[in-house]
Design a protein around this ligand. Structure first.
Ligand SMILES: [Zn+2]
Length: 389
């Protein structure tokens, strides 16, 4: 047994669902961590005995951010594409092929080092869990390689063979869907927890509703949970498909019809709408109205979608600030969506909150309150608290 009591917490955000914005904020609280789990939460005046004490000096402590949507296994970058987009070239998903070529050409060691650097960059900004997708390999061998590498850094691995139709299958999409739902899925499934698909009729490179359904049904039969990239580039079938199939999450939700919002509200408790405002920022797209989704009763989450094309930011604090400034959330609602909300989208109740039995993934702010995450946008105030140091 190895126990630590964390004291001097200026504001403890438990995200336990109680109180204003469901944040469960406590003052004068201490936390005892034992063997990596939260063992006790209570008044600082009377904590139980522990092997050691860490005093955080009046700083705010939050659950570590859960980044439930990220594409971290890739080589190369697409800064030129970003610059062209800012100069007026529209995004259509085609640039993914550039990352596929660079990723296929990279060695395992190169990809492993790139992945490790990105995970460290996230941790330095307060993220303690990240979901990692494949999707820049698009051959059996390259997709399995991406998932094997991802498994070295997280248990939340997602098979995204259906990211785009690779160039070599452009003239025979059906053959690629057969590959993704057949031998590629079979090889990938042992290394993945989830299957995902880029369902987007507005991109010639992505997948139609029928193709996406085939990918998701096959993934489910292989024992994988379901996630969907939907409604990113325009109104589309992704949200309805995700809800119909009971997916854990439908991500982007940039363009939602009233019936999409109704479907998501009816699916609360099953399907989370994961919002990725870094993508709207990086593609100069309109932001979805997150406040309206909450009012309608939709479960929402926030994630980065960190990827080389549409959002090369690993920063959950940046995402929180955007959600507040551009999507109508209060600072507290945004923090809840980035912790408990995104844990929910991964169907994990041991993450995203500070409660007895949950993982002791704590993030500390160089600030007295969670409000500072959006109030002091762009300032590096969040970091994962390393209790082993
Ligand atoms: Zn994505």
């Amino acid at each position: 047994m190895n126990s630590t009591v964390v004291t001097g917490i200026g504001e403890l955000v438990t995200a336990d669902g109680s109180g204003a914005d469901r944040l469960g904020v406590r003052s004068g609280a201490a936390v005892v961590v034992e063997d990596g789990l939260v063992a006790w939460v209570g008044p600082q005046a009377a904590p139980p005995a522990a092997d050691r004490r860490v005093d955080v000096g009046g700083r705010a402590v939050l659950p570590g951010f859960v980044d439930s949507h990220a594409h971290l296994v890739f080589a190369g970058d697409r800064g030129d594409e970003f610059a062209a987009r800012m100069a007026g070239t529209p995004y259509d998903g085609g640039g993914i092929g550039v990352s596929v070529a660079a990723t296929r050409a990279a060695t395992d060691e190169e990809l492993r080092a790139l992945l490790a650097a990105r995970v460290a960059e996230m941790r330095a900004q307060g993220t303690t869990t990240v979901e990692v997708k494949s999707g820049y390999g698009l051959t059996i061998e390259d997709e399995v390689r991406a998932l094997r590498l991802a498994r070295e850094v997280t248990s939340e691995t997602t098979f995204l063979g259906a990211h785009v139709v690779p160039a070599e299958y452009a003239a025979d999409r059906a053959a690629y869907v057969d590959l993704v739902t057949g031998p590629m899925l079979e090889a990938a499934a042992p290394h993945a927890r989830w299957v995902d698909v880029f369902c987007e009729p507005h991109s010639a490179h992505a997948f139609t509703a029928d193709e996406a359904r085939a990918v998701l049904v096959a993934g489910r039969e292989a024992g994988l949970g379901l996630r969907v990239h939907g409604n990113q580039l325009g109104p589309g079938p992704g949200v309805q498909l995700a809800v119909e199939l009971g997916a854990a999450s439908v991500d982007h939700c940039t363009y939602l019809s009233p019936s999409d919002v109704d479907a998501l509200a009816d699916a609360a408790g099953t399907t989370v709408a994961t919002l990725l405002p870094g993508v709207e920022f990086s593609t100069r797209s309109p932001y979805p109205d997150a406040a309206a989704l909450l009012r309608a009763g939709v479960d929402i989450a926030l994630a980065t979608d960190c990827n080389p094309g549409t959002c090369y930011s690993s920063s959950m604090p940046f995402v929180i600030a955007l959600a507040v400034r551009e999507m109508g959330l209060t600072p507290g609602q945004a923090v809840y969506a980035a912790t408990a909300g995104s844990a929910r989208s991964l169907r994990r109740d041991d993450l995203g909150r500070i409660a007895v039995g949950a993982r002791a993934d704590l993030t500390v702010l160089e600030a007295p309150s969670h409000v500072h995450l959006s109030y002091r946008a762009g300032v590096p105030i969040a970091r994962a608290l390393d209790l082993d140091a």
